[in-house]
Design a protein around this ligand. Structure first.
Ligand SMILES: [Fe+2]
Ligand SMILES: [Fe+2]
Length: 173
């Protein structure tokens, strides 16, 4: 890894929280795809996450815990890879371009990854929670993820894409 990348990675970790310190969150390697393709993949995954959450709501309401466990396993896999790419690739680009202060908006939005993951862990307790607690946690998870993905799509991704295209344009000159 080059020195610049390492410096921005440590800056990223100190602002969004080091992955290795998250309980149950093992580091996942970022995917190697072009940046524009990555953004499309991340947006497609938001759609997939929304679909899984709608299925989860149905399973929780119907007290179908084995199907809820299966959906939560799928969401867990999806979310880990997803946030690994957002933090290692999208945030890295913004920090490299604008510094930690300039990337503040994305940092604040990406800081929600940890509480979202913790809430998902709470929901995984399923049957050991009261049905009121479970319904409340599941609804909060859906609400948090909805606001989070909207903030990414309206603020973080457009800025990252325009920054990427601007830099690529400069390199071609
Ligand atoms: Fe995110
Ligand atoms: Fe996202």
């Amino acid at each position: 890894m080059e020195l610049g990348a390492r410096a921005s990675q440590s800056a990223r970790h100190s602002y969004t929280g080091d992955e290795s310190s998250r309980p149950g969150l093992t580091p996942v390697a970022p995917r190697r795809v072009g940046f524009e393709e990555l953004i499309s993949v991340l947006i497609a995954e938001h759609v997939e996450i929304r679909k899984e959450l709608a299925r989860l709501k149905g399973s929780v309401e119907g007290q179908e815990f084995s199907s809820a466990t299966e959906i939560l396993g799928e969401l867990d896999r999806l979310f880990r890879q997803h946030i690994a790419d957002e933090e290692a690739q999208v945030l890295r680009l913004l920090i490299e371009a604008y510094g930690v202060r300039g990337a503040d908006e994305a940092i604040v939005i990406f800081r929600q990854h940890r509480p979202i993951y913790q809430l998902m862990e709470e929901v995984k307790k399923l049957a050991s929670l009261s049905s009121e607690e479970l319904a409340l946690n599941e609804a909060s998870l859906r609400d948090m993820l909805e606001k989070h993905t909207q903030a990414e799509e309206s603020r973080v991704f457009p800025k990252a894409l325009s920054t990427y295209r601007e830099r690529r344009g400069k390199l071609n000159l």
